[in-house]
Design a protein around this ligand. Structure first.
Ligand SMILES: NC(=O)c1ccc[n+]([C@@H]2O[C@H](COP(=O)([O-])OP(=O)(O)OC[C@H]3O[C@@H](n4cnc5c(N)ncnc54)[C@H](OP(=O)(O)O)[C@@H]3O)[C@@H](O)[C@H]2O)c1
Length: 298
């Protein structure tokens, strides 16, 4: 199948890599074309605009950072909405506001294309292995059309309602995980004076009912950082994580709801971002908190 991947950041690249490995004819577009190079080296075709991607492909997977990126890439000059959309399938996997999915979806379907939102759980490794968790929203017929592609990328696919429902559940999934990374930083802060070896402390804190499964992958990395090893490349950036908390808090306001714990965690992520950790992995929040206390000691 001719599949276009629109946005080849960490996740878009991992998804494109998987599609290439499966033998699809993959085309890519990214605002910064440099990021498409590893994919073109692997056999993908680079196209110059999102509109060209629409025209050159049967299905387009969109994987962009946030609402502003979505607005720019769909509605901008040479954006997705400027392409010949009739008959095409657009699957948007970005984590954005539910309202963004609804309004973009309406614009895409008005032009005769099928539109499915499918934000995902799981990071770059599950994406490369086809083991993402899709939170799907949209019309039944559009979702049925998207299924063969989603099944090649995901270990679990949950249809949760109309457009906007997928975005809502995705925000709900990330909320407790991101609060956990901050809470872990606070646990580490009160244990600091014990001077336990970092790997032992992380092992103890991981072997409890309150630990997310994400600790299986990230715990060892956090222990290394605590022991002084520099943090490697980000799987999920701290600024993107902050965006997810901010989006959840803003969205709750539209429902006349308050999210006090998420709002507090958001303030901590904002502080870490202001301290220069925006491009670091989101788990840097867990090591930033004890380090911040150590720095502020009289
Ligand atoms: N990483 C994860 O583990 C993970 C897991 C699940 C879901 N997500 C979600 O997936 C989405 C992508 O995440 P990621 O980790 O792949 O982020 P990323 O590596 O930062 O990539 C972001 C992508 O968005 C593009 N972009 C940003 N602002 C733009 C703008 N104004 N105009 C056009 N393009 C713009 C970037 O283009 P440039 O390269 O030109 O900047 C890049 O292609 C986010 O919504 C994130 O919350 C991430």
């Amino acid at each position: 199948m001719k599949i276009g991947v629109c946005g080849t950041g960490r996740m878009g690249s991992a998804i494109a890599e998987r599609l290439i490995a499966l033998g699809h004819e993959v085309a890519v577009w990214n605002r910064n074309p440099v990021k498409t190079q590893p994919l073109t080296d692997a056999g993908a075709k680079r196209l110059d605009t999102p509109a060209a991607l629409v025209e050159g492909c049967e299905a387009i997977i969109v994987m962009l950072l946030n609402d502003a990126a979505s607005e720019a890439v769909y509605r901008g000059p040479d954006g997705i909405l400027k392409g010949k959309l009739s008959g095409k399938l657009v699957i948007d996997m970005s984590t954005v506001r539910p309202e963004t999915m609804r309004s973009i979806g309406a614009s895409v379907t008005r032009q005769g294309a099928a539109f499915v939102e499918s934000p995902v759980g799981g990071s770059t490794v599950p994406a490369k292995e086809g083991k993402l968790f899709a939170l799907v929203g949209g019309e039944k017929a559009d979702i049925e059309r998207a299924m063969p592609v989603l099944e090649q990328l995901c270990r679990r696919i949950e249809q949760v309602g109309a457009l906007g429902a997928g975005a809502t559940v995705k925000l709900a999934i990330n909320l407790p995980l991101l609060v956990y990374w901050q809470a872990l930083g606070e646990s580490l802060t009160i244990c600091q004076a014990l001077n336990l070896p970092a790997d032992r402390l992380i092992d103890i804190l991981s072997d409890t009912a309150g630990t997310p499964t994400a600790m299986k992958g990230r715990g060892a990395v956090i222990a290394k950082v605590l022991a002084g090893v520099p943090l490697g490349p980000a799987a999920f950036g701290l600024s993107a994580a902050k965006k997810d908390l901010a989006t959840a808090v803003q969205y709750a306001k539209t429902l006349n709801a308050e999210l006090p714990v998420a709002a507090s965690a958001l303030a901590c992520f904002e502080e870490a971002e202001a301290a220069g950790l925006g491009d670091a992995d989101a788990t840097a929040i867990s090591t930033h908190w004890p380090q911040r206390r150590a720095k502020s000691k009289p």
